[in-house]
Design a protein around this ligand. Structure first.
Ligand code: NAP
Length: 245
C-alpha cells in the first residue's frame, strides 16, 4: 500500500501503459483519476478500480485545467501526475506533413507541459508531488519518427528542468523511456507497415537482450517506483525500460 491516501492522475489512462499504471496505483491504495481522449476507455479502466474517469484532450489548455480541477475537487488533492497520453504519426521526413508534426508535438510535449503546469500549483502548495513523463527509446533516434523522437527527447529535457525548478518544493520529476511494449501503439505500427503483429513482436524480441518485448506492467512498476517514497532522492532522471541497456 505504497500509495495509501495519495491521489494520482494518469493521462492516456484508458489503454496500454497508462491503464496498467492506474490499476497498479489503485491496487496500492491510491485514488486515481483516469483520463483519456475519449470517456469510454477512461471509464472502462476507472470503474473497476473505483477511480474517476475524465475525458480530456491534453493538448487543449481549457480541458487540462478542468481535468486537474475536477481531480482535486472530487478526489481531494493531487500528489502524482503520470503523462501517458500519446499518439504516433510516423513518416519519413520528406513525407511528414505539418499536421503529423503538430499532432505529435502537441500531444506529447505541449500536453505534458500543460498538465505539469496545472499539477504543480497543487504540488508546490502542499510541498509534495511526483511527476513521471513517458519518454521513449525513440528519443535516441528512430527512422520515420522525427516528430515523435523530438517530442520524447524534449520531455527528458523538460523533466530535468522541472526537477531543478520544483525540487525545493519537494516535487520529483522523472521520465521513463520504454522500448517496445505490447500495446495498441505498437500494434498500429505493425498494421501501418503491413506486418503481422506476432511476427513483428518476434522480430523486435530478437533484438532485445532479454529476448522478449515489454508488457505494460513492466513499465507501470518502474513508474510506480518513481512515484513512491522509495525513490524520494531521485529526480530529473530518465530510466530506460527496454529489456537491455
Ligand atoms: P496507447 O495504448 O495507444 O495509449 C495511449 C492513450 O493516449 C490512448 O488511449 C490514446 O487515445 C490517448 N491519447 C491520444 N491522444 C491524446 C490526447 N490528445 N489527449 C489525451 N489522450 C490522448 O499507447 P501506449 O503504448 O500505452 O503508450 C503510452 C505512452 O508510452 C505514450 O506516451 C507512448 O508514446 C509511450 N511509449 C510507448 C511505447 C510502446 O512500445 N508502446 C514505447 C515507448 C514509449 P486514442 O487511442 O483514442 O488515440
Amino acid at each position: 500500500m505504497r500509495f495509501k491516501d495519495r491521489v494520482a492522475l494518469v493521462t492516456g489512462g484508458g489503454r496500454g501503459i497508462g491503464a496498467a499504471t492506474a490499476q497498479l496505483f489503485a491496487r496500492e491504495g491510491a485514488k486515481v483519476a483516469v483520463s483519456d481522449l475519449d470517456e469510454g476507455p477512461a471509464r472502462e479502466v476507472a470503474v473497476p478500480i473505483s477511480g474517476l474517469p475524465i475525458a480530456c484532450d491534453v493538448s487543449d489548455r481549457g480541458q487540462v485545467e478542468r481535468m486537474v480541477e475536477r481531480t482535486v475537487k472530487e478526489l481531494g488533492r493531487l500528489d502524482i501526475l503520470v503523462t501517458c497520453a500519446g499518439v504516433i504519426r510516423d513518416n519519413l521526413l520528406f513525407k511528414m506533413t505539418d499536421e503529423d508534426w503538430d499532432t505529435v508535438i502537441d500531444t506529447h510535449l505541449k500536453g505534458t507541459f500543460l498538465c505539469a503546469r496545472e499539477a504543480q500549483k497543487h504540488m508546490v502548495e502542499q510541498k509534495y508531488g511526483k511527476m513521471v513523463f513517458l519518454s521513449s527509446t525513440s528519443a535516441l533516434g528512430n527512422r520515420g519518427q522525427a516528430n515523435y523522437s523530438a517530442a520524447k527527447a524534449g520531455l527528458q529535457g523538460m523533466a530535468r528542468t522541472l526537477a531543478i525548478e520544483l525540487g525545493s518544493f519537494n516535487v520529483n520529476v522523472n521520465t521513463v523511456a520504454p522500448g517496445f511494449v505490447e500495446t495498441r501503439m505498437t500494434r498500429a505500427t505493425a498494421e501501418r507497415m503491413g506486418v503481422d503483429y506476432e511476427a513483428f513482436k518476434l522480430g523486435a524480441a530478437s533484438q532485445i537482450p532479454l529476448r522478449r518485448v515489454g508488457q505494460p506492467e513492466d513499465i507501470a512498476s518502474v513508474i510506480a517506483f518513481l512515484c513512491s517514497d522509495e525513490s524520494s532522492f531521485v529526480s530529473g532522471q530518465t530510466v530506460y525500460v527496454r529489456g537491455g541497456p
